[in-house]
Ligand binder design. Structure first.
Ligand SMILES: [Zn+2]
Length: 323
């Protein structure tokens, strides 16, 4: 059975037709409107566009960057989307005439990596998606772990530096403030401010336009040998390792899959992060270490995972039943 998976993000709605092997057969996309009705119109339009080309599609899975209630029908809160306590699954199902399931985007991506990607065949796995912030998903015996109220896990907001950098969540020193694309840029800017005399490519770019220092740019400069950029990347490696040790101390996974835009630069920091991880983990020399690997499915993981969940719900007797 084929299903449509959607990744509804703050800037775009991306959708794809996915088969039972997790292959993406076709895609469509639209911009993300800021009001609720227009957002649901845009979602219905991309679903209709794909169904016009694939009449075998039997279910729809929506993944969103936000809190999804445990009934998988309601988006409770999504910081970059218009929905607030919105019965999204019902509304979209009514518009498109197909069963609709909802899932948090990192959970959907984790499920996709477990079924079709880097975490295949494992029993206990974590996905850590590092981009602008950190998104995370946990899998126990192949099932998504959602917690009592559907909002677990918020690993990006674990406090790693008490009183540290301010986070949009309202706290200080959250993990994602030290380990993300945003963090990489912030660390580079801090280092440049602390060493005003240095003349590296990154320093010259910074003096021309401070806004040009993005995480991607810092990673590129580190690859080119810029010493300030390399120090910023080393900081990210340290905090990635420290954070993974916290995750492993709570969860003891077999594998931790590193996903998200920052993982594209993993060759710059992953070995160093593994060393920090092993150094920070409780009793590291006396226990098996989780494997730390990069994701296989890239940007499409949430689409593939949402479609797989929709297909499973459909096969198990309807989208209203718990997946
Ligand atoms: Zn935070």
């Amino acid at each position: 059975m084929h299903a449509i998976g959607l990744d509804v993000g703050g800037t775009s709605v991306r959708a794809g037709v996915v088969d039972e092997r997790g292959s993406l057969l076709d895609t469509a996309r639209a911009g993300t409107p800021s009001d609720e009705d227009a957002l649901e119109d845009a979602i219905s339009a991309v679903i209709d566009e794909l169904r016009n080309r694939h009449d075998e599609v039997a279910a729809v899975g929506l993944s969103v960057a936000g809190f999804v209630a445990n009934d998988r029908r309601t988006v409770m809160f999504a910081p970059h989307l218009a929905w607030r306590a919105a019965p999204v699954a019902e509304r979209i199902a009514k518009r498109v005439g197909l069963p609709v399931t909802l899932e948090h985007d990192a959970n959907a991506a984790a499920l996709a990596e477990h079924r079709f990607g880097a975490a295949r065949g494992t029993r206990v796995a974590a996905l850590i998606a590092i981009g602008t912030g950190i998104g995370a998903g946990l899998l126990l015996d192949g099932e998504i772990y959602r917690g009592a109220h559907g909002v677990a896990p918020e690993l990006g907001h674990l406090t790693v530096v008490p009183g540290g950098r301010a986070c949009p969540c309202g706290k200080y020193g959250c993990w994602e403030r030290y380990c993300s694309g945003t963090a990489l840029a912030a660390t580079a800017v801090e280092l440049l401010a602390r060493h005003p005399g240095v003349s590296t490519v990154l320093a010259r770019e910074f003096s021309r336009d401070p806004g040009a220092i993005t995480g991607r740019r810092v990673a590129g400069a580190a690859r080119d040998g810029d010493p300030i950029a390399q120090r910023a990347v080393a900081e990210l490696a340290k905090w990635l390792g420290e954070g993974l040790a916290l995750v492993a101390d709570v969860f003891d996974p077999e594998i931790m899959v590193i996903a998200g835009g920052v993982s594209e630069s993993a060759t710059l920091f992953l070995d160093e992060a593994r060393e920090h991880y092993a150094g920070a983990l409780t009793g590291a020399r006396h226990r098996p270490l989780a494997r730390i690997r990069t994701a296989h499915l890239g940007d499409d993981a949430a689409i593939v995972g949402a479609a797989a969940l929709a297909a499973s719900a459909r096969e198990s007797g309807g989208a209203r039943r718990k997946v």
